[in-house]
Design a protein around this ligand. Sequence first.
Ligand code: URA
Length: 468
Amino acid sequence: MHPGVSLSPFAGRGPGWRFVRTGPTQSSTHDLPPQETIIRKRDGLALAPDEIAAFIAGLAAGTVSHAQAAAFAMAVFFRDMTTTERVALTKAMRDSGSVLDWSDLDAPVVDKHSTGGVGDNVSLMLAPILAACGVYVPMISGRGLGHTGGTLDKFDSIPGYVTQPDNALFRHVVREAGCAIIGQTADLAPADKLLYAIRDVTGTVESIPLITASILSKKLAAGLGALILDVKTGSGAFMPTLERSRALADSLVSVANGAGLRTGAIITDMNEPLASAAGNALEVRNAVDFLTGARQDPRLREVTLALGAAVLELTGYSGDARQAVERALGGGLAVEHFSRMVALLGGPADFVTAMDRHLRAAPLVRDVYAETEGRVVAIDTRAIGMGVVALGGGRTLPTDTIDHAVGYGRLAGLGAELSPLVPLGRVHARDQNAADEAEHRLRAAYLIGPDAAPPHPLIADRIAPPGD
Ligand code: URA
């Protein structure tokens, strides 16, 4: 058990976790040439699991070309895949690299994955909250994608924090702090890395079977015992309609459980930024304020605690899971775990108490007011995310460097009453031109009217593992 844990009902229990590893199975379709597999999918046939395994193994080994992988992705895009095919694709991508084994730990190993949003810094709080509840959280996170922020980019704003530790340091931090938030290593699901890059430039990203296999292959490779998915819906989500978000959540939950990973999902609202800040260092500051109790955005608090309780329940937690996460946060244990994780991964030992000294601030800070008084009726959340990218806080090319200090703060939420004294938000910019553009983008993202629109439910749906 990692130190500092006082809330765990798992103490003294053995690990009790299954780490599923499946090798390729044998049948007549495993030695088909790649073009036959592409043709069969193009013609709408269901592929056999061993055929999918052979195709993905070939991609990883270099015997399936990138052109063939692109054609395969496009065939899947148009022809879809059955759940059995999706499970096979996910397992094949997992098996293209190594699978972490945490069987030496004495409590469940869990994680959360978000499909991506704006002002979504939940991971920064949730990992230490769960660690304080006695479970282990080896969280392998990504960088920003499109208009959405990335957890790793947020941690890069902490001086000294190592987002790519070697395996020994990663394991040491998980054991000692209960959580470690790091980046994907080269040997975890390398076939996904290849296929993702191919999809990115061939118009095949927005395919539910391909997204499912991509996300879950990495989570299966992380050797988890339980996973909670935060599937976003609304104007700042990759899946803007509830119907598409539900289809993605259903696919993720059935495939993850089909592949042996106990998984549930919560569909949460992204019709406005989740935190009142969007931008890397600004979201870290917001997260630390949340953990210390200095300031907690209410919607962010509800989503974070709901996800925490849900994943604890998936582990078979014997107590009141909601109460456990609330106590971990309110009692100050979660912030201790966060502080320990930051220090063990190379960040300042006094980061939590002296974050103003450690986080870079943008040279230009400006409040932005709406041109008319009234209430916030709608927010183009994606546009706010793109505003952060335009300020330099995200990338338009994979090789771009990020300005961690810039972004938006104090963002007004849906229904907020605006006046000459209440701004839409605060721009943090590198220079005057960037601030002017960010101001313009922020105003354009807000629709103001005399009356607030009916609120969107913060938690739109919950999907339990099959059979629960
Ligand atoms: N995140 C991933 O890891 N893969 C996808 O395909 C989409 C989002």
